[in-house]
Design a binder for this molecule. Structure first.
Ligand code: FRU
Length: 515
């Protein structure tokens, strides 16, 4: 048995020990163990495919990353597939993040980062001599590789790595060169955007390469770079055209900011601008320096990746976890890490909007719609509750603070409150019963108004909050909040509310096990 087959056997056996009742109802979780970034999100040969950074052997990240796999017909009903990639070549000790498209030959074309760490040799032979620039000695570096296949089994190219260290622009740090996002352009060429870090100051930058055949690549330009005001290294780049604009997204490491419109820490940012195809320049009008907007202002969202659906929709999925909370899996947790629901993206007046993919309605089990006048504390509306639910609240004529509690048993809950006079939305999960010290309160400026619209996707271990039709999103995990806590209540001096609640059914059409 080779390494890939061993892992496939292992995950098949171990996932039998995780009953569906211990998983999310409608969010993707790893077959077993640890999950981080979404990888290779694409529509290929009539099915959606989504892969993930995967360590089946523990609820922690580890350097030997592999790719786990799922597939789906409609983006909401999923099936576990066998693990797709493990580090099994002399040039890699970890298979890091990457992307997938339909290649010119009709096969699925995957491009990923081969992480190589000499301290953790994959086998006896060392590829260092072949890869490192002459005269330099490195023990840790990253290169870009390709593989092709049918979505389930793949063959790595004999030409790997296809973008080596000798193709890095001058002054690059070879230890951080990763996460290729590939696309096939109208001009018939493959393009790929890859994250890298400058050696001198450690700041991230996003590089563009192009190729006829995905094997021989040519460096085109640095599309955008950190001037030092936006964290350190940048990871997981994405780039696409949407509603007449060009959007570049990257996940920022270690952002320290006092800007009230951003959040600090590890966080994805979106840059909305224009791309000149002839000069390959990305321009943000009226901005002297890269001017970003946050992709998600909650606690747990990182490394999102998008794909183009056959009907033209741009759909994004993200890892619902703060990387900083990576070492904090609760005791006895058999899996750790999850994906957001796929989100439809749009750009209006230069702003990126997100809404849950419309197919989510295929999961609705029961629906309740109510109108009520709220006056007082913790008002409950008949039929509005649930721990696996899609709840939309339109609240109007607000007099002072409006608060919604969900996943509540009275003692434990998540609280979301909006102050119409100061325009602040406060998300508070202090009462989530977590046994480790992680971020529990966020305050977001959304503007002063006497109304607000909140769509809250609640699941057993998470929530996603879409504010004012997706102008802002706040996601978070609630791993230890008791499962019986399913109450929803509202508080306000006076408010008129319309509430729509849909119960959510499972995403596992064929049971959870790998077949
Ligand atoms: C982001 C990331 C990527 C890398 C992967 C490794 O979370 O650090 O940059 O490819 O995770 O698991």
């Amino acid at each position: 048995m080779n390494e890939l087959e061993l892992i496939q056997e292992y995950e098949k056996e171990r996932m039998k020990n995780i009953p569906e009742s211990e998983r999310q109802v409608y969010h993707l979780t790893p077959a077993v163990g640890w999950l981080n970034d979404p990888n290779g999100f694409c529509f290929y040969n009539g099915r959606y495919h989504l892969y993930y950074q995967y360590n089946p052997f523990g609820t922690n990240w580890d350097v030997h990353m592999r790719w786990g796999a799922w597939s789906s017909e409609d983006l909401v009903h999923w099936q576990y597939e066998k693990a797709a990639f493990v580090p099994d070549q002399s040039y890699e000790t970890g298979v890091y993040s990457g992307s997938a498209i339909t290649g010119k030959d009709g096969k699925m074309l995957v491009m990923y980062t081969a992480h190589y760490d000499e301290k953790v040799p994959a086998d006896e032979s060392t590829p260092l001599g072949k890869l490192a620039s002459p005269g330099s000695v490195r023990d840790e570096y990253e290169t870009q590789c390709i593989a092709s296949g049918d979505g389930y089994t793949f063959e790595k190219s004999e030409h790997n790595p296809v973008i080596g260290l000798d193709q890095l622009p001058e002054g690059s740090f070879a230890g951080d060169f990763r996460d290729p996002k590939i696309w096939l352009s109208e001009d018939g060429l493959y393009y790929v955007i890859v994250a890298n870090r400058r050696a001198d100051n450690g700041f991230g930058r996003l590089l563009l390469y192009r190729s006829e055949d995905a094997v021989t690549w040519e460096f085109v330009t640095t599309l955008i770079e950190n001037d030092g005001s936006l964290g350190r290294m940048w990871e997981c780049p994405d780039m696409y055209q949407l509603d007449g604009k060009t959007v570049i997204v990257s996940s920022i490491m270690a952002l320290s900011t006092c800007d009230p419109h951003l959040r600090n820490g590890y966080t994805p940012l979106a840059f909305v601008g224009d791309y000149d195809k002839d000069t390959h320049r990305f321009i943000q009008k009226d901005a002297e320096r890269p001017s970003p907007q946050p992709v998600d202002l909650g606690f747990d969202f990182y490394a999102p990746q998008s794909m183009l659906a056959p009907d033209g929709r741009r759909i994004m999925v993200g890892w619902m976890q703060a990387p900083e909370a990576g070492g904090n899996a609760p005791e006895r947790q058999k899996w750790y890490g999850m994906m957001s629901v796929p989100r439809e993206l749009s750009v209006k007046e230069g702003h990126l909007y997100q809404t849950p993919v419309r197919e989510i309605r295929n999961l609705y089990t029961d629906s309740v719609s109510e109108e009520a006048h709220i006056r007082g504390e913790d008002v409950i509306i008949a039929g509005i509750c649930g721990r696996a639910a899609d709840v939309t609240v339109s609240a109007e004529h607000l007099e002072r603070k409006f608060e919604m509690k969900f996943a509540s048993d009275g003692e434990h809950y998540v609280s979301l409150s909006y102050c119409p006079d100061c325009g602040t939305l406060t998300l508070d999960r202090t009462r989530q019963n977590r046994s480790s010290s992680i971020c529990e309160i966020r305050k977001v400026q959304i503007g002063k108004n006497d109304h607000i619209r909140l769509r809250v996707l609640i699941d057993r271990y998470s929530f996603e909050i879409y504010v004012n039709d997706g102008a802002q999103v706040l996601s978070g995990t609630i791993y230890e909040l008791p499962q019986e806590a399913e109450g929803i209540s509202f508080s306000c001096v006076s408010a008129d509310v319309k509430v729509e609640k849909h119960g959510m059914g499972t995403i596992w059409s064929a049971g959870t096990n790998i077949v």
